[in-house]
Design a protein around this ligand. Sequence first.
Ligand SMILES: [Zn+2]
Length: 269
Amino acid sequence: MSSIYKYLISMFILVTAVAACSTTPTGRAQLTLKSEAILAQEGARQMQIIREQAPLVQDRATIDYVACVADAIVGVLEDKDAAMYWEMAIVNQPDVNAFVMPGGKIVVKAGILSVAQNQHQLAAVIGHEVAHVTAHHANERASRGELTNYGVEVLAYILGGGYYNQTAGAYSALSTASTLGLSNPFSRMQESEADIIGLQYMAKAGFDPRESVTLWKNMNAKSETKIPEFMSTHPSGETRIDSLIEQYSTVLPMYNEAKAAGRNPNCTR
Ligand SMILES: [Zn+2]
């Protein structure tokens, strides 16, 4: 092969690699090989299935309450993140869980409301989940998986190739969707990143970021009887609480600024 071809090929590889890089809201460089548009399309498709097949909460007060918190969080997003078509569904199941799907599809299970006891704590949950979307964690996970050759399967799972059966009931739709929502195998690194970004979102929206610690304490207390699903996919413990507290010096000023600017959400049931 002539050297010019070698040069062109190496340039091509370089350009491809650069194009596949993005940064998360914390400024961390990441490898995102998948098309965000395709992931978002799949998120929208799964959301549609949930809307059609899952038992949704009908109670207006609950819907308004969760939507009020979600609206406030999404309201602080900027640019591409703000331009996403954010949607929410509240599933009438007692599981203590919430997840998001690419493209901005938030799914909250009613059980989370027994642990997230006020608007601030619910904002901590939603802020964290929204952060998984804005930090392209789904894409990153799929991309990393593919690099280790495990990705074909991961991607098939994410894109629903053969795993989702149209005739399956709501429960199996939900378990596929929650895999797509990637509540499960997020890495520790992605989890702490979502915590940090989520705290910033909630603070900027005018929710007290210190309530995130109370939320995790509630989770811990609950786990003495039954480990909440959200906790099993979001490993907790003192480390997590300590890292949240470490963020106070950054997020409390944001919170105070939001309040001074008149952002005082008043979401109640
Ligand atoms: Zn998470």
